[in-house]
Design a protein around this ligand. Structure first.
Ligand SMILES: C[S@@+](CC[C@H](N)C(=O)[O-])C[C@H]1O[C@@H](n2cnc3c(N)ncnc32)[C@H](O)[C@@H]1O
Length: 313
């Protein structure tokens, strides 16, 4: 399945890319958002694309480069946690006018069983967006102390404490018999640990939240987001004060999150920027998908877009 970009018309309207501007897409994916943003820049514009996944980055770079009369394109195979230094390297003295981050993973990554994200298709329990990453989900499941595993499933998977405790205990019991290194193997262990009544309640597969917690941990998703937000807040302050910055005065920053653990820090940091006078809200409340979009692209159901604009000093 191809990846359908979420909230595309809202992103274009609220981030408002103009001819000659610089766009940084922190999560290039398959280039859905980037191609549309890039097509509004013309040949004088620039698009910088970040992705941890080399395959996605290559696909997105090729897609934006194929635009007729399109912008200069720079691909950066790195985490957006390195936004400051890597954007500076890509742009030199220029700053960004538009920054977008569409968090999480793409449909193409989940569909590829070999990546280990899916509990529906059997594959190695990997989950690294970048194979250069330090630890696989299998290594994590094999080595994490039971208490930490329980806390991860409870706090990052957002499972109720009793369910998290049961899952962690079952995993620790099973790993004594040999490695848990396949996705379906782990999904079955989780299913066996979750009380049947609870499993049916939500309509979700019982392993959904455990897989989410492992993926977030393996890829340090919340740590990278914190680093990105810190850099954006600092850069906005520099831009407002007329100092050298990777953000231009007037830059629009949009972040699309898919769960509350991501949305909370975005909301907090954006509010802090507005309070300290370095940015203004473009969206007061998060923008969500229309019923029509949710019908066509169910993944958009939980998407929340927040946008701020860096003030001109
Ligand atoms: C939801 S997809 C983006 C889809 C894209 N907007 C499109 O329209 O095709 C998220 C992408 O972000 C990448 N990603 C996740 N965490 C990242 C990080 N810390 N740094 C860079 N890329 C990351 C994933 O590999 C994935 O390709």
């Amino acid at each position: 399945m191809t990846h359908v970009p979420v909230l595309l018309s809202e992103v274009l309207e609220l981030l408002g890319p103009r001819p000659g501007e610089v766009v940084v897409d922190c999560t290039a994916g398959r280039g859905g958002h980037a191609a549309e943003l890039g097509s509004r820049l013309g040949a004088a514009g620039t698009v910088v694309l970040f992705d941890l996944d080399a395959g996605n980055l290559a696909a997105a770079t090729a897609r934006v480069r194929a635009l007729d009369g399109g912008p200069r394109v720079v691909g950066v195979h790195a985490s957006f946690g390195e936004f400051g230094s890597r954007t500076r390297e890509a742009l030199g003295e220029r700053g960004a006018d538009v920054v977008l981050a569409d968090l999480g993973f793409s449909s193409t990554q989940v569909d590829d069983a070999e990546r280990g994200f899916s509990f529906m298709r059997d594959g190695p329990l990997d989950m690294r967006l970048d194979p250069r990453g330090a630890i696989t989900a299998a290594e994590l499941v094999q080595t994490m102390p039971e208490r930490e595993l329980m806390e991860l499933i409870r706090d990052v998977g957002e499972e109720p404490p009793e369910v998290a405790r049961r899952i962690a205990s079952k995993v620790v019991q099973e790993r004594r018999n040999g490695p848990i290194d396949r996705t379906v193997q782990l999904a079955e262990i989780v299913r066996a640990a979750v009380p049947a009544a609870r499993a049916h309640q939500s309509g979700l597969h019982p392993a959904t939240k455990t897989f989410q917690a492992l993926r977030i941990c393996v890829n340090d998703e919340l740590g990278s987001l914190e680093r990105l937000l810190e850099t954006l807040a600092r850069s906005a302050a520099h831009a407002r004060d007329g100092r050298a910055s990777v953000l231009n005065p007037g830059a629009r920053i949009g972040i699309i999150s898919f769960h509350s653990l991501e949305d909370r820090p975005v909301k907090r940091v954006f509010a802090g920027m507005v309070e300290s006078g370095t940015a203004e809200h473009v969206t007061r409340k998060p923008v969500t998908a229309s019923e029509q979009e949710i019908r066509v692209n169910p993944r958009s159901r939980s998407a929340k877009l927040r946008v701020v604009r860096v003030v001109r000093g």
